[in-house]
Design a protein around this ligand. Structure first.
Ligand SMILES: [Zn+2]
Length: 64
């Protein structure tokens, strides 16, 4: 038994349910909308246009 990742209800098995792994086409559309709204976008670790400090800056060892 699979459960819909959107509404958490039981999803019908393959064959009965073209929207797998979702329970319905409606939930599939909701998931697609999330992607389009970039809710799922992975943060970009490096932005070549950013003229800011990197996320990790090593400690300076320039003390004489
Ligand atoms: Zn659902």
């Amino acid at each position: 038994m699979a459960f819909c990742p959107i509404c958490n209800r039981a999803a019908a098995q393959r064959g009965d349910n073209p929207a797998l792994p979702f329970c319905s086409m409606r939930c599939k559309q909701i998931d697609l909308g999330k992607w389009l709204n970039e809710d799922y976008r992975v943060p970009v670790p490096f932005d070549p246009d950013a003229d800011d400090r990197p996320f990790y800056s090593p400690p300076h060892e320039d003390k004489a």
